[in-house]
Design a protein around this ligand. Structure first.
Ligand code: EPS
Length: 403
C-alpha cells in the first residue's frame, strides 16, 4: 500500500513530503517533479506569493542515480518566503512581540481552527490549512504520475469555467460520447491546456475569463470555477466493489474533495444523469477486436467501482478563494465586536492550479489501486504482472463462457 505524508506550514522553513510503497527501479528525475511543481504555480490570477517562490524539490532519500530504491522517498521544498517570516514562524520562542491574528476570514479555516485546537492566534490555523500544502502533494504525486506513465496511463486536465464563464470548446463532451480515438492521450490534453494562462481550450473564452479576473481583482474580490480531469490508458479492473472504500469513484472523490476549496466532484455525467432515462445514461457494450468497448462513456470510465478501460472523466468545482481584499463581515475575537474580515495576501483565482493538483491526486489514487492489483517489489515485476493480465483477461472470459 502506497502512502503519502506531507508536512509544513505555509510560511515555515519548507514543505516535506514522504512517499512510501513504490517499487524499486522506477526512473524518476528531479526535473520531472519540478516540472509538475511549476505547472501548479502557474495561472493568471495568482497572488504575489507565486512571484516569490520557484518551487523545486530537494530529494533526500529513496532515489539513487535516477531510480527508486523501493525505500521511503523523502523530499523538501524550501519556502523562499521563510526569510520574511523567520521570527513570526520560529520553532523556538522569540523575544520580539509577534502580532496575533484575531479576525477570522469567512470561508477559510481561521475560526474553526481556533475553535477546534484552542489556539490564541489565528495564524496557527492559517498556516497548515493554506493551499501551500498542495505543493508537497504535487511533489509526492509526481512519483505516482511517473509510475503510471510506464504503463501508458496519462492524466490531464483543463479548466471548463471561471466565474461562470464557460469554455465553449468542451472536449469533455467528446470523452462522454466516446468520440475520441482510442489512442488519444491525456498528455496531449495538457499540452493544449498548459498553453493557456487560465488552462482553457477556448481562445475566445480565455479572453473573456481574463477580463473577468481583472475586474474581480479591481473589486478586491475572488472567483472559483470548474475543471475536468481526464485519465487515459487505464486498463479495465482497477478498484473494486467488494468493500465500500475500494470503489474507484469513492477513492477519487475523497482525493479530489481533499483539495482546499473544492466543493463538488462528479464522475462522468454526474448530476446530469439524475435528469435522464436509463437508456440515455448507460453505455452500450460492444466488441472491439479482442476487448470490450462502449458506444458512449457517460459512466466516466467506472462501473461498479471498477474501471471499464475507457477514459476516466472527473469534473470538480472550486469555490472562490476566501481572502477578500474588499472583505465581508466578521468578528474581532480580541474585542468580540463586528468588524470587516482580515485581508491577507492571497490569490484572486487559483482554478488552473487546482486542476493540476486534482490531476496529481487522481494519479495518486489510481497508482494506489493499480499497485493493489498488480503490485510487486520492482517495476519489472509489476510490468510482468500487468502484461500477464492484459494478455489473458479477455481470453479467460471467452473460455469461462464458452458453451
Ligand atoms: C499558496 C500559497 C499561499 C497563497 C495560496 C496558495 O501563499 P501566501 O498565503 O503566502 O500568499 O497564495 O493559499 C491560499 C489561497 C489560501 O487560502 O491558503 C500556494 O503555494 O499555492
Amino acid at each position: 500500500m502506497i502512502k503519502l505524508i506531507t508536512a509544513g506550514e505555509s510560511h515555515g522553513k519548507g514543505l516535506t513530503t514522504i512517499v512510501t510503497g513504490f517499487p524499486a527501479n522506477l526512473e524518476i528525475s528531479r526535473d520531472y517533479i519540478n516540472e509538475q511543481l511549476q505547472r501548479r504555480q502557474a495561472g493568471y490570477g495568482r497572488g504575489l506569493r507565486m512571484k516569490i517562490e520557484t518551487d523545486q524539490v530537494e530529494i533526500i532519500s529513496g532515489i539513487r542515480h535516477g531510480k527508486t530504491l523501493g525505500s521511503p522517498i523523502s523530499m523538501i521544498i524550501w519556502n523562499k518566503d521563510w526569510e520574511n517570516w523567520k521570527e513570526s514562524m520560529s520553532a523556538e520562542p522569540v523575544d520580539k512581540k509577534i502580532d496575533k491574528v484575531t479576525i477570522p476570514r469567512p470561508g477559510h479555516a481561521d475560526l474553526v481552527g481556533v475553535t477546534k485546537y484552542n489556539f490564541d492566534d489565528i495564524r496557527n490555523s492559517i498556516e497548515r490549512s493554506s493551499a501551500r500544502e498542495t505543493a508537497a502533494r504535487v511533489a509526492g504525486c509526481s512519483i505516482a504520475r511517473k509510475f503510471l506513465s510506464e504503463f501508458g496511463i496519462h492524466i490531464g486536465s483543463f479548466v471548463e469555467s471561471i466565474g461562470g464563464i464557460y469554455s465553449k470548446e468542451n472536449i469533455a463532451e467528446k470523452f462522454l460520447l466516446n468520440k475520441l480515438s482510442h489512442n488519444y492521450s491525456a498528455e496531449k490534453l495538457n499540452k493544449l491546456s498548459d498553453k493557456s494562462s487560465v488552462r482553457v481550450l477556448d481562445k475566445n473564452q480565455e479572453e473573456k475569463i481574463i477580463r473577468k479576473i481583472k475586474l474581480t481583482k479591481k473589486r478586491g474580490d475572488t472567483l472559483g470555477g470548474t475543471f475536468y480531469v481526464i485519465v487515459t490508458g487505464l486498463p479495465p479492473g482497477i478498484g473494486s466493489f467488494v468493500e465500500y472504500n475500494t470503489r474507484l469513484e469513492a477513492e477519487l472523490s475523497l482525493a479530489i474533495m481533499s483539495i482546499q476549496a473544492v466543493k463538488g466532484v462528479e464522475i462522468g455525467l454526474g448530476f446530469k444523469s439524475a435528469e435522464l432515462f436509463g437508456s440515455e445514461v448507460h453505455d452500450e457494450i460492444i466488441l472491439k477486436g479482442e476487448t470490450f468497448s462502449r458506444k458512449t462513456n457517460r459512466a466516466g470510465g467506472i462501473e461498479g467501482g471498477i474501471s471499464t478501460g475507457l477514459p476516466l472523466i472527473i469534473r470538480a468545482a472550486m469555490k472562490p478563494i476566501a481572502t477578500l481584499m474588499s472583505p465581508i463581515q466578521s468578528i474581532d475575537l480580541s474585542k468580540m465586536k463586528t468588524i470587516e474580515a482580515r485581508r491577507e495576501r492571497s490569490d484572486f483565482v487559483a482554478v488552473p492550479a487546482c486542476a493540476v493538483i486534482a490531476e496529481s491526486m487522481a494519479a495518486w489514487t489510481i497508482a494506489k489501486l493499480f499497485l493493489q492489483k498488480f503490485g510487486g517489489d520492482s517495476i519489472e515485476e509489476v510490468k510482468d504482472n500487468y502484461s500477464n493480465y492484459m494478455k489473458k483477461y479477455f481470453s479467460r472470459i471467452k473460455k469461462n463462457f464458452a458453451i
